[in-house]
Design a protein around this ligand. Structure first.
Ligand SMILES: Nc1nc2c(ncn2[C@@H]2O[C@H](COP(=O)(O)OP(=O)(O)OP(=O)(O)O)[C@@H](O)[C@H]2O)c(=O)[nH]1
Ligand SMILES: [Mg+2]
Length: 295
């Protein structure tokens, strides 16, 4: 039984190494073979060098690099593609969640298909100020997602948690995962729930670092467009159609889920790299290409 921990990062030079070492200690305590995938896209600080150093030092580390900022969702998806584990842990690299709880998350998988580290208290602070607008937007997003996908709010305690573990089969069953941005966390949970997987929650402490990478205008719009796209995707799949015919201001229109703009797209001519600056394996490049094309 191999465990894969995937940590996407954007300019986390201050925290990623400390977070990584805490993850290693927790995994050693758990006692199963593991790999850790550190991913960055278009980082402008020392994060790329830090993760390369770790990959050079530890054989169980894979470092994934992409030259442009693509988003947390993209990074997570690439991490999933590069992973070999039977059990997968997703963890933000900014040390807001406690890596020491990884064994508890993994043990939770005995009874559930997905275990989520749920935050009881969440608040958003930037430059020392509480950003009430972020909390409000987050609430609105939660309500929209839960209504649209008919989710009982009691069943999902923390839709956007950046700390969860699941069986590999869950990820295979909920493809295509399309998020490029922060909404990847809710996409995985909503789709897993809709497929009938059992989701469990364990309460975790959450230490807010006040260094949010979320753009308060752009990201909520992208997240809403993504939600719309999942809904359309779901409708198409159940109807077996490629387009949805709708009327807008009296005019008949066709909507195609692939055309919903949800973030930057990855051109097949660009290549990422894996471990010590080597090009990504052909297999991963091929999947990167396909994922980019499906945007
Ligand atoms: N690969 C990658 N990771 C990202 C990107 N943006 C953010 N991240 C990472 O995603 C994780 C969560 O980012 P945060 O900015 O803390 O966002 P959040 O935790 O959802 O929201 P906050 O409550 O504002 O902290 C961190 O590990 C970031 O480094 C990105 O563009 N690419
Ligand atoms: Mg955070």
């Amino acid at each position: 039984m191999i465990i894969s921990v995937i940590m996407p990062a954007y300019n986390e030079e201050k925290r990623i190494a400390i977070c990584f070492h805490r993850v290693v200690r927790a995994l050693e305590e758990y006692g199963q073979p593991f790999e850790i995938i550190l991913e960055e896209d278009g980082n402008t600080d020392r994060t790329p060098q830090i993760i390369d150093n770790l990959a050079g030092k530890y054989a169980f580390v894979k470092a994934l690099h992409f030259p442009r900022r693509m988003g947390k969702g993209f990074g997570t998806r690439m991490g999933l593609e590069a992973s070999n584990g039977d059990l997968i842990v997703l963890l933000d690299s900014d040390m807001e969640y406690p890596p020491e709880r990884i064994p508890d998350l993994l043990r939770g998988i005995d009874a559930n298909d997905v275990t989520v580290g749920a935050r009881s208290l969440w608040r958003n602070v930037k430059n020392g100020e509480v950003r009430a607008i972020r909390a409000l937007l987050s609430r609105i997003y939660n309500v929209i997602v839960k209504i649209l996908f008919k989710v009982d709010p009691q069943r999902i305690q923390d839709l956007q948690s950046g700390f969860k573990a699941f069986k590999r089969g869950v990820i295979e069953a909920i493809q295509p995962i399309t998020s490029n941005g922060f909404e990847i966390d809710s996409e995985i949970l909503i789709k897993a729930l809709r497929k009938g997987f059992k989701i469990g929650f364990i309460p975790v402490t959450y230490t807010y670092k006040g260094d949010s990478k979320v753009d308060i205008i752009r990201d909520p719009v992208k997240m809403l467009l993504s939600v719309l796209r999942w809904k359309l995707d779901e409708k198409f799949r159940t109807r077996g159609e490629r387009h949805l015919k709708v009327r807008y201001l009296g005019f008949p229109m066709r909507v195609t889920p692939e055309k919903v703009p949800i973030g930057p797209s990855w051109s097949p001519t660009e290549s990422g790299s894996c471990i010590d600056g080597q090009p990504l394996s052909q297999e991963i490049n091929f999947r990167v290409k396909n994922l980019g094309e499906s945007q």
